[in-house]
Design a protein around this ligand. Structure first.
Ligand SMILES: Cc1cc2nc3c(=O)[nH]c(=O)nc-3n(C[C@H](O)[C@H](O)[C@H](O)COP(=O)(O)OP(=O)(O)OC[C@H]3O[C@@H](n4cnc5c(N)ncnc54)[C@H](O)[C@@H]3O)c2cc1C
Length: 431
């Protein structure tokens, strides 16, 4: 059970059992049995979360724990001509990307973790993301979930905006089979994403940041529920695929210049940037060394194979840990040592910026926003001390991949020092 009991970054503890239901009907039965036995239930999707909410954390609990792993229930149903989807608990962001691509649509969350198999539900339950300035954190008001009522009984709630029947068994069976006749789907039953974020994120003079954890504005039933409810299905918006986005790489030794750029981009630009990611030189260096294997794996492997590769790595980790005589994180050590045999993986201009500047900002903008961004940065850096360059597609992809690798690399470098991660890397919307 090791890989279910141990968090990707944080959290580890004992569990009585791990249950892996294959359908939401089975998930319901497993829950009924758990509630009858009065055990603690921890629902887990792909177990990549950052909050240690997906695993037990220590062994200081008053009752036994059962982990319900949802990763076998991977169904995605496309509705409303592709403008929306209904996902079951194990559906991954990567899987959703593949379903939507032929329809010219994309999912809300394009997060780094999607490359290693993070689920749609993990994002909604965590209100994760927010790095996408136009879309905000993962959020929906439309879901099927259950809660334990005052009488200690499970109570199923259908707020999916789709008529699915009257009993839990009917509702869950129809979800398993994908039986949603058009006549049963209510078109505007609620919000399937945070549609106000695009305005809210521009309010740069308010006293609270646009994005922070457990923001009450984004806590709604399943959204931000962080494992306190059990969720069976969510209904989400999809978005047209962003074509020809541009990345501008910015470097400076004066943080106030980044503040100027952030304020201008959020407040003055006609076209809001897609995302902006900060990287300090220390994080750059840590990622260059300790995240190179992650970078190379993601860059060269077909992304659809990545979740399976990371699952395989987890299995190896469990196996080597059981042997007991090898150093901890043995596979990480081997992969990192092997990555040292490959030539430098970063574009020369990025490395030049690393030598010149301590602080870096990656600004991704939509094609229509590129001219105003270019004009602004040229004007700004004619007087300011930093510099910028417009990335080629390859440089842009590599810059963002490097930024993604920084998060895991910092954890590998510093053990589980949350502070290292938080201070060295962050994004424009929640600086
Ligand atoms: C505020 C915040 C911002 C983040 N931003 C980013 C980002 O910008 N980029 C990035 O790459 N990553 C980001 N992450 C991390 C990312 O959100 C997680 O790694 C990912 O969403 C977790 O998905 P998972 O499938 O591994 O879920 P898990 O780690 O398995 O679960 C996550 C949480 O959801 C609950 N849960 C899962 N399924 C269910 C269910 N069926 N019913 C009830 N509860 C359930 C779990 O109990 C747990 O509390 C962020 C995380 C947080 C907290």
């Amino acid at each position: 059970m090791c890989r279910y009991r141990t968090g990707f970054r944080f959290g580890e503890g004992k569990a009585l059992a791990v249950v892996r239901p294959g359908t939401v009907s089975e998930q319901w039965k497993a829950l009924e049995a758990c509630i009858a036995a009065s055990v603690i239930v921890i629902t887990q999707a792909s177990n990549t979360g950052l909050t240690d909410g997906s695993t037990p954390d220590g062994n200081n609990y008053d009752r036994d724990i059962v982990i319900v792993s949802t990763s076998r229930m991977k169904k995605v149903y496309v509705i409303e001509q592709g403008k929306q989807v209904i996902c079951l608990p194990g559906a991954t962001l990567d899987q959703l990307e593949h379903v939507l691509k032929p329809l010219g649509r994309e999912r809300h969350s394009v997060i780094g973790f999607s490359r290693i198999g993070a689920s749609v539900f993990g994002g909604v339950c965590n209100n994760s993301g927010g790095a996408r300035l136009q879309l905000g954190p993962a959020y929906t008001q439309m879901a099927v979930f259950t809660q334990v009522g005052a009488a200690g009984k499970l109570h199923l709630v259908n707020h999916l905006g789709i008529r699915l029947g009257d009993t839990p068994e009917d509702v869950l069976r129809r979800l398993d089979r994908g039986e949603f006749p058009e006549a049963d789907i209510q078109p505007d039953a609620g919000a399937e994403s945070d549609r106000n974020y695009v305005t809210h994120v521009r309010e740069i003079d308010t006293h609270t940041p646009a994005r922070f954890n457990a923001d009450p504005r984004r806590l709604y039933e399943t959204s931000g529920s962080a494992g306190k409810l059990v969720v069976f299905a969510v209904r989400l918006d999809t978005f047209p695929i962003e074509q020809d986005a541009k990345v501008f790489y910015i470097g400076t030794n004066r943080p106030e210049e980044l503040t100027d750029i952030r304020r201008h981009a959020l407040h003055v630009f006609t076209h809001l940037p897609i995302s902006g990611e900060y990287l300090h030189r220390d994080a750059f260096d840590i990622a260059e060394k300790h995240g190179k294997d992650t970078f190379l794996t993601i860059h060269y492997l077909d992304t659809s194979r990545l979740p399976a590769s990371f699952a395989l790595k987890n299995r190896f980790d469990s196996f080597f840990d059981r042997l007991g005589f090898l150093p901890s994180n043995f596979t990480d050590r081997v992969m990192q040592a092997m990555s040292g045999l490959f030539p430098s993986h970063l574009p020369p201009l990025m490395k030049e910026y690393r030598n010149k500047y301590e602080r870096h900002l990656l600004l991704k903008v939509p094609a229509e926003g590129a001219p105003e961004t270019k004009a602004f940065l040229e004007g700004y850096f004619a007087k300011a001390s930093g510099g910028h360059f417009e990335c080629s597609d390859e440089e842009g992809n590599k810059a963002f991949l490097h930024r993604f690798a920084a998060a895991g690399a910092a954890v590998r470098y510093g053990g589980t020092t949350r502070r290292t991660h938080c201070v060295l890397v962050c994004s424009v919307a929640h600086p």
